[in-house]
Design a protein around this ligand. Structure first.
Ligand code: G1P
Length: 291
């Protein structure tokens, strides 16, 4: 039986610089995977995991992400008048399952700061954090896997996986104190180490379940040299108290914040809609790029 976790925080205030120039005017969370924006796919994961409330952390420049979550807009009314309201039926049903509130992060001061902005909206209960860049395809939704792991470890826990050496410096990496099957208790977390300095190959994957004590640690976390509050520093403080674990989730992640990861996600999520056409196209590409 999974713990009752009702709220999810989605930090969506980032500038999306890896996707410039498109992100100059389109928030990266609205870029499409097939015909769904990435944020819809993470919303589906949250709802399938039993989440009832989404706390979306946005910046003043990206406030229009919220339009996507509004059920009654000029656009929806116009579609309905033309008898085409059902085209948005699936999205409407999804949005009926969850309340979305927005919290503005006025300055881009890092992931830790973004999560801290959700303190009041979360209150005194455990919650999940979903990084919307990271899409996770899995049989059991990844947030639900974390809820089950939380039942077992009783402390904050993030998703983790073994990471190839060449990608170690892109992630937070766990220093593991001890392990029981797929659950690892952390001694610490090092943010983006060089592969030679990494304490293990277990990376922090963009799904976290935090007990509210993370807010106490974030309040104490000092900004780094670039003025950011790092979530990994607060996780490190929890780990020092034996209160941070990592769970090797089952599934596969796509980092859609990076153009190649985004392309792979598009192929993966579109495959079932046109397997023959896509296979033929891929084969054509492998045989030689058309001139
Ligand atoms: C963030 C975290 C990092 C984590 C990663 C997962 O980094 O700081 O610890 O491993 O997400 O995707 P970012 O990708 O925002 O640089």
């Amino acid at each position: 039986m999974a713990a009752e976790i009702r709220k999810a925080v989605i930090p969506a205030g980032g500038l999306g610089t890896r996707f410039l120039p498109v992100t100059k005017s389109v928030p990266k969370e609205l870029l499409p995977i097939g015909n769904r924006p990435t944020i819809q796919i993470v919303l589906e994961e949250a709802v399938e995991s039993g989440i009832e409330e989404i706390i979306l952390i946005t910046s003043p420049q990206k406030a229009h992400i919220l339009d996507f979550f509004m059920r009654d807009t000029h656009y929806t009314r116009e579609l309905e008048q033309r008898g085409k309201g059902e085209l948005l039926g699936e999205l409407r049903e999804l949005l009926e399952c969850v309340r979305v509130i927005e919290v503005l992060q006025n300055e881009a001061r890092g992931l830790g700061h973004a999560v801290f902005c959700a303190k009041e909206a979360v209150g005194d209960e455990p919650f999940v954090v979903i990084l919307p860049d990271v899409l996770i395809a899995s049989r059991v939704p990844c947030c639900l896997q974390l809820m089950n792991a939380y039942e077992e470890c009783g402390c904050s826990v993030s998703a983790t996986e073994h990471t190839p050496r060449e990608r170690i410096s892109l992630y937070g990496i766990y220093d593991v104190a001890h392990s029981e099957g797929r659950l690892h208790w952390a001694r610490g977390v090092v943010e983006k180490p060089s592969p030679d300095k990494a304490p293990s190959d277990l990376s922090v994957v963009g799904r976290y379940l935090f007990s509210p004590e993370i807010f106490d640690e974030l309040a104490k976390t000092k900004q780094d040299r670039s003025g950011e509050i790092q979530l990994a520093d607060a996780m490190n403080a929890l780990a020092a108290k034996g209160r941070m674990a990592a769970f090797e989730y089952e599934g596969r992640q796509f980092d859609t914040g990076d153009p190649i990861g985004f392309l792979k996600a598009n192929i993966y999520y579109s495959w079932n809609s046109a397997p023959k056409e896509l296979t033929e196209f891929m084969n054509e590409m492998i045989r030689g790029t058309p001139q």
